[in-house]
Design a protein around this ligand. Structure first.
Ligand SMILES: Nc1ncnc2c1ncn2[C@@H]1O[C@H](COP(=O)(O)OP(=O)(O)OP(=O)(O)O)[C@@H](O)[C@H]1O
Ligand SMILES: [Mg+2]
Length: 395
């Protein structure tokens, strides 16, 4: 196999990424790749570390360990963890949106998109006041910027409101405007942090359409809780739980991965099967009985998990030790259970599955219908969210 050729297929390669905040391991030894021209979704329960991954990619945080490689179309390669953060959008052409909308609400839509092209305009004015005197290069750059802004306003279906203040737009339209603004910087990789949060189904559909259009020219890394968006438009899904990768594959394989279901539903391992029976997914029930699915998941769980979930995590700088309950990771519980079934009647496997010291609270009857409602897109979202109630509210 030609290694060079296969490398250039990937716009982003994240290798052994770790990010620690004091004693808290927000990301632990995470590796994944995003293909050029695809939508790669990063999903996981609240606090799984998704935004932290974005912050490492876009230079807001410098990772504790690991390598983040961006391969541009022209063949140039950037190690993002080493680039000064202001150079990540300018040189590596990575753009992002934030979990909470960050528009200039008093400026018009057009002005918001022109501000995004500030670098280009400053360069054309020679970093002086030449623009004020209508210097030709500035006039040309200015006309091109307005044209690009108009192009993205049209794509986002906002051109009619170009002169309105951004703050007057409905929520879904503000989300699309943020994406249009990011696109005005000419990114090769667009990182979107929960763009569908708070959107109604009609706005979600408009967003899907916009993202499918963008995908033709720009690779997308997408954090999203709305499964109707993730399953419809993603080519590849990476699932995190407690900062570790628990699944990686196409939407269909990830959707039926017992680890992912357990991580999202947040139930005790003894109860996973009951919940799956309620959901009615016989394939998954069968997998739980026979062990992990080697077709999309790891043949051996340790190779899929970024590393085994340990009892304690040591913080290198201060020798600080933070206890992480083995019972905390639902995905790990599914793995332990599968291992226990596979090794029966070997007695050693059983205690390993039972070694959870901190058991998650029992599921209440009120949560079961959420799993049942999984067949509707709203239901999918609802099914994805019980974990948030269990593990702290959304930010
Ligand atoms: N600057 C920080 N300082 C300390 N802890 C942080 C910091 N940023 C994130 N964390 C912690 O890292 C963990 C992962 O947070 P992160 O925001 O990445 O999760 P997330 O997957 O984006 O969650 P959500 O779905 O709720 O947005 C959380 O425990 C969070 O409290
Ligand atoms: Mg987040």
């Amino acid at each position: 196999m030609n290694v060079q050729a296969s490398q250039s297929d990937f716009i982003l390669q994240v290798e052994h990424l770790s990010m620690k905040f004091g004693g808290l391991v927000a990301i632990g030894d995470l590796s994944f790749q995003a293909r050029r021209g695809e939508i790669t979704a990063l999903i996981g329960p609240n606090g799984a570390g998704k935004t932290t991954v974005f912050n490492c990619i876009t230079g807001f945080y410098k990772p504790t360990e690991g390598m983040i490689t961006l391969n541009k179309r022209d063949g140039s390669t950037y190690l993002l963890e080493r680039l000064p953060n202001h150079e990540i959008p300018a040189r590596a052409n990575v753009a992002r949106t934030f979990q909470n909308i960050r528009l200039f609400s008093g400026m018009t839509l057009l002005e918001n998109l022109l501000v995004a092209q500030h670098n280009k305009l400053m360069k054309a004015s020679g970093y002086t006041f030449l623009g004020l005197f209508g210097f030709p290069s500035y006039r040309q750059a200015s006309a091109e910027s307005i044209e690009l802004a108009r192009h993205w306003l049209e794509k986002a279906d906002l051109v009619d409101r170009a002169d309105d203040p951004a703050g007057d737009l409905p929520y879904g339209a503000q989300r699309r405007l943020e994406i249009a603004r990011a696109m005005c910087t000419g990114p090769e990789l667009l990182c979107l942090d929960e763009p569908a949060a708070g959107l109604n189904p009609r706005e979600s559909a408009a967003l899907n359409e916009l993202l499918m259009d963008i995908k033709n020219s720009t690779s997308i890394l997408l954090i999203e809780h709305d499964m109707s968006v993730v399953m419809q438009i993603s080519d590849h899904v990476v699932v995190l739980e407690y900062g570790r990768k628990i699944s990686d594959g196409n939407p269909q394989s990830v959707r039926t991965d017992p680890r992912v279901i357990a991580a999202y539903l947040g139930v005790d391992d003894e109860e996973v099967e009951t919940v799956l029976t309620e959901v009615g997914d016989e394939d998954v029930i069968e997998q739980l009985d026979t062990g992990p699915d080697s077709a999309h998941g790891p043949g051996n769980s340790a190779s899929m998990m970024a590393g085994p979930v340990s009892d304690t995590v040591e913080h290198a700088d201060e020798g600080e030790r933070v206890t992480v309950s083995k019972g905390a990771s639902k995905a790990a519980q599914v793995d332990a259970r599968a291992a226990s079934v596979a090794s029966k009647p070997a007695p050693a496997a059983k205690p390993a599955a039972k070694s959870s010291t901190a058991k998650a609270p029992k599921r209440t009857a009120a949560k079961a219908p959420a799993a049942k409602a999984d067949s509707t897109s709203k239901g999918k979202q609802a099914a994805a969210k019980p974990a948030s109630g269990k593990r702290g509210g959304r930010k």
